[in-house]
Write a protein that binds this ligand. Structure first.
Ligand code: NAD
Ligand code: TYD
Length: 354
């Protein structure tokens, strides 16, 4: 039975993780600490309010004393750290908050854990959720990223995640804090905020808006269904070794254009009467992202051999489920799409660049 603190649990992966963990593990108590930035919403956790094991705290991970008090008050033994600024395009426009939340925030959490657990680290775990983007970019044919690939971040987002990963490792080596790190590839699935590519495609198909494709659209990502990522984190919490890093990926490498075509084909099939069929006609090439990483690919042999983890969804099955989820949760999607904060972002990011 665990007492768990999850940071960033009102965001995309964090909310999926909380739902998953409450079903699949023995949890005594789960405290979700989230600042509720534009990316976090309590609607992502609807239905959990009545679960006696679950509690929400609206706070900033940079509030070290508050976090320390939570760790002590709830006798937290397991901290799973998702909270971060996460969108590369926003990091290009406003890098400072990425350094603040991702680097400084992670540092404050590490300090809070070190002090609250006060050298009594037995049975404790600080799990840090990171990204494949810290490894940089791959050319076609280059081998996938492994856990020993040197860090080479190229956007303010990935640099801030790399900085936080380094801090987490330093706390293991210097203080013996029992940390684990997972570096995962691009996630997709329910509750993803429609600033990221896959929900942008789905939303714009539904609204008949243009689907912006950066540059030539031949960039490659390794897409993982979010539930597979959540299962991987739980496996690491169960049997991962302190001090170790584990790479997770979906095991596929489509180009952005291929992803767009697959989703548009699903939409054509599921919405045959839509005036926007064929949906791929909504595609527009727009100016490329500065420093756009060309290709990511993950070598997941370590977690497979050590913990028996592998993804269960393939891209076709995962995209089908994802589109179904958004079609079944149009209220969630339209609430975000009509929100002033979202409209402002779309206006800033796309209207002046197309
Ligand atoms: P998200 O943007 O959907 O959610 C982030 C959450 O963190 C939000 O709920 C937000 O309110 C909260 N938050 C931000 N700053 C905070 C602060 N200072 N204090 C407290 N809460 C704060 O992000 P996501 O896509 O769910 O990503 C979660 C984690 O997984 C991040 O650390 C990200 O780097 C990592 N990751 C994401 C992906 C991906 O494809 N989305 C892939 C690999 C790793
Ligand atoms: P994104 O979902 O932002 O994830 P990341 O940048 O972290 O990989 O983008 C995925 C890919 O899709 C990336 O190559 C950028 C591209 N992209 C577009 O072509 N158009 C868009 O509107 C967005 C948001 C992304």
């Amino acid at each position: 039975m665990r007492n768990m603190l999850v940071t960033g649990g009102a965001g995309f992966i964090g909310s999926n993780f909380i739902r998953h963990a409450l079903v699949y593990t023995h949890i005594n108590k789960l405290v979700n600490l989230d600042l509720l930035t534009y990316a976090g919403s309590l609607s992502n956790l609807a239905g959990l309010e009545t679960d006696p094991r679950y509690q929400f705290v609206q706070a900033d991970i940079r509030s070290r004393e508050l976090v320390q008090n939570l760790l002590l008050e709830h006798q937290i033994d397991t901290l799973v750290h998702f909270a971060a600024e996460t969108h590369v395009d926003r990091s290009i426009r406003q890098p400072e908050i990425f350094i603040e939340s991702n680097v400084l925030g992670t540092f404050q959490l590490l300090e809070a854990a070190r002090q609250a657990w006060d050298g009594s680290f037995s049975g404790k775990r600080f799990h840090h959720v990171s990204t494949d983007e810290v490894y940089g970019t791959l050319a076609a044919g280059e081998p996938s990223f492994s856990e020993t690939t040197p860090y080479n971040p190229r956007s303010p987002y990935s640099a801030s995640k790399a900085g936080s990963d380094h801090c987490v490792r330093a706390y293991f080596h210097t203080y013996g804090l029992p940390v684990t790190i997972s570096n995962c590839s691009n996630n997709y699935g329910p509750y993803q905020y429609p600033e990221k590519f896959i929900p942008v495609i789905i939303l714009n198909c539904l609204m008949g808006e243009i689907i912006p494709v950066y540059g030539d659209g031949r960039q490659i990502r390794d897409w993982i269904y979010v539930e597979d990522h959540c299962r991987g984190i739980l496996r690491i919490l169960e049997d991962g070794q302190p001090g170790e890093t584990y790479n997770l990926g979906g095991g596929n490498q489509p180009s952005n254009l291929e992803v767009l075509e697959q989703i548009c084909a699903i939409m054509d099939r599921k919405r045959p009467g839509s005036p926007h069929v064929p949906h791929h006609n909504l595609l527009r090439f727009v100016i490329d992202r500065p420093g756009h990483d060309r290709r990511y690919a993950m070598d997941c042999r370590k977690i497979n051999a050590a913990l028996g983890w592998q993804p269960e969804e393939n891209l076709a099955s995962g995209l089908e489920k994802t589109v179904d989820w958004y079609l079944d949760h149009m209220d969630w999607l339209l609430a975000v799409a009509r929100d002033e904060k979202y409209r402002t972002w779309i206006q800033t990011q796309y209207k002046e660049e197309s």
